[in-house]
Write a protein that binds this ligand. Structure first.
Ligand code: SF4
Ligand code: SF4
Length: 250
């Protein structure tokens, strides 16, 4: 009897998992939503009037730790300027065999010309193809990243490029949280500021999601935020769903 109980006891873990949400997906047919601040393939942005934001200053190339950006600036033609600045990025190349997606280039850029999409599913069969040229990196006439034939784009991966850099302010100055310090982008307009971890953050406006809450069931106990643990965590979650005026009364 005891032996047969042990036998069925072996299925306990399996049975427990039958009712739990599945964490695996059939990749690449299905992809998990990307993290709001995912660092993927770069884009070169344009202003709302279609002009390029890149002024060919080469700061991105200078700061890149992998030495994978090559920029050449050129004076804007007076009769048909490419950018509003004195110069524009005449040549712009990124070697993706070297890029480590650290985004230091994004941080260094004075005009928010270069940001990163969330798409990282692309591959090459030779070295030359790994070097993206300006024609491939500049956003299209609607302001969206060009979807190149060898790239696997899905919904949302072109949204909120470089959202993380719109978090608070340069140098992390808290006083500037929520203050917009960037220019509008073609297709996206003036992007919302990503707020910090406070109540005022607007996840819908910024394309961010409270991922830690969404995936709390799959986290290790220590990784679950303390206010979401156990019974009191469930109470806090229910409270968070109430309208603000009711929450204030509790
Ligand atoms: S993300 Fe980092 S490694 Fe890649 S191009 Fe930018 S600075 Fe260089
Ligand atoms: S992307 Fe930005 S940092 Fe790089 S050359 Fe253009 S303007 Fe300068």
């Amino acid at each position: 009897m005891a032996k047969s109980l042990n036998f069925f006891g072996g299925f306990k873990l399996t049975l427990q998992h039958l009712t739990r949400p599945r964490v695996t997906v059939s990749y690449p047919q299905a992809k998990r939503p990307k993290q709001p601040r995912q660092h993927g393939r770069h884009v070169l942005n344009r202003y709302e009037d279609g002009m390029e934001k890149c002024i060919g200053c080469e700061l991105c190339a200078g700061v890149c730790p992998a030495n994978c950006i090559y920029v050449r600036g050129l004076d804007n033609p007076p009769n048909h300027p490419v950018s509003p600045g004195e110069r524009y990025g005449y040549v712009y190349e990124i070697n993706y065999l070297r890029c480590i997606h650290c985004d230091l280039c994004v941080e260094a850029c004075p005009t928010q010309a270069i940001t990163e999409s969330k798409m990282f599913e692309f591959s090459f069969t030779n070295r030359a193809d790994a070097i993206y040229t300006k024609a491939e990196l500049v956003v299209d006439d609607q302001g969206f990243p060009k979807r190149l034939p060898w790239e696997d784009w899905r919904e949302g991966e072109a949204a909120m490029t470089g959202g993380w850099m719109r978090a608070t302010s340069p140098s992390g100055e808290a006083a500037y949280e929520g203050v917009i310090q960037w220019t509008a982008d073609l297709g996206a307009g003036t992007r919302a500021a990503e707020a910090g971890q406070n109540e005022g953050r607007n996840d819908e406006a910024t394309g961010s999601k409270p991922l830690r809450r969404a995936f709390a069931k799959h986290l290790q106990p220590d990784d679950v935020p303390s206010d979401l643990r156990g019974l009191s965590g469930r109470v806090n979650e229910m409270k968070a769903k109430l309208p603000k005026r009711l929450r204030d009364k509790l």
